[in-house]
Design a protein around this ligand. Structure first.
Ligand code: GLN
Length: 282
């Protein structure tokens, strides 16, 4: 007879928040027993074998040490897709779904095949979510990190989107041919300022620093992306960028300075000014 505790007592004695303990124990059950999450309730008397018990303890400890749940599970849901994630890529955030929605709205308006550029794609989240939701779209997704591109390409393959999502390696527009022209440019660049204390807190401590901060004011990557947009947008084309909740005014000023028209600030679900967009003149 196993001396290991039941699922019920593992959950009740864990120092993790209850929802995280359930997610992580469900992962162990799935991996070692191919059981669905509902087994946490329907089989709550069950005890883990020694191997699974040891894995639970190690996973619980990793989370207690602050490692993000998404890195432990190796995956994260985003918009209508699931992405593989690992320490080389930023974990996709729900607020970034706003960029996807803006792109889908624009695609619906254009009502024709649409070419989209996703600068700094990380796990591929934005490009792949748009491609998955819109068969009308073809995307080029860039990253300066080879590790990120490998993960993004793997995600494209798993989601069977490799025919409409291409990848290119390099920093911002340096990754793409100079004569490219897009209907939409999207980006969630590193926008946290160098000295921001959040960089030393929570999940951010485990994420690639180059995906989070420009190591300066927080606006330098946004500036480069905004100033290059005119060259790479078709007439009337749309650029939409994610930024910090307190950067909207500065980002709109950059867009105006870059000669872009029709600047708009978009709110995320928490009511924060999270994305700004503008257009190239017709
Ligand atoms: N939204 C992320 C955060 O605040 C930052 C991502 C980014 O810099 N693009 O945790």
């Amino acid at each position: 007879m196993s001396a290991n505790p039941s699922l019920r007592s593992l959950l009740s004695s864990s120092s993790l928040p209850a929802n995280e303990a359930r997610i992580l124990l469900a992962y162990v059950l799935e991996k070692h027993y191919q059981l669905p999450r509902s087994a946490l309730l329907s089989r709550d008397d069950m005890t883990l074998n020694d191997l699974a018990q040891t894995e639970w303890q190690s996973i619980e400890q990793r989370r207690l040490n602050g490692e993000p749940v998404a890195y432990i599970l190796g995956k994260k849901g985003f918009h209508n897709i699931e992405l593989s994630v690992a320490p080389g890529v930023l974990i996709p955030r729900p607020e970034t779904e706003l960029l996807v929605e803006i792109a889908l709205g624009e695609i619906a308006k254009l009502n024709k095949p649409v070419k989209i550029l996703d600068l700094g794609t990380g796990s591929g989240a934005i490009a792949l979510a748009v491609a998955s939701a819109s068969p009308e779209s073809s995307l080029l997704a860039t990253d300066q990190s080879e590790v990120a591109l490998a993960i993004a390409m793997q995600n494209a393959k798993s989601l069977k989107l490799t025919d409409r999502v291409q990848f290119a390696h390099g920093s911002w527009y340096q990754a793409i041919p100079e004569d490219s022209a897009f209907d939409i440019i999207l980006s969630n660049p590193p926008y946290i300022a160098d000295q921001d204390p959040h960089l030393a807190q929570g999940d951010l401590r485990f994420e690639p620093v180059s995906a989070l901060t420009d190591k300066a004011s927080g606006l330098t990557c946004l500036e480069e992306i905004i100033f290059g947009a005119d060259q790479y947008l078709k007439p009337g084309g749309l650029i939409a960028v994610e930024h910090g909740f307190d950067q909207a005014k500065a980002v709109v000023a950059l867009m105006t300075k870059a000669g872009l028209k029709d600047p708009k600030i978009h709110l995320d679900l928490a009511g924060h000014s999270r994305v700004s967009s503008a257009r190239k003149s017709n």
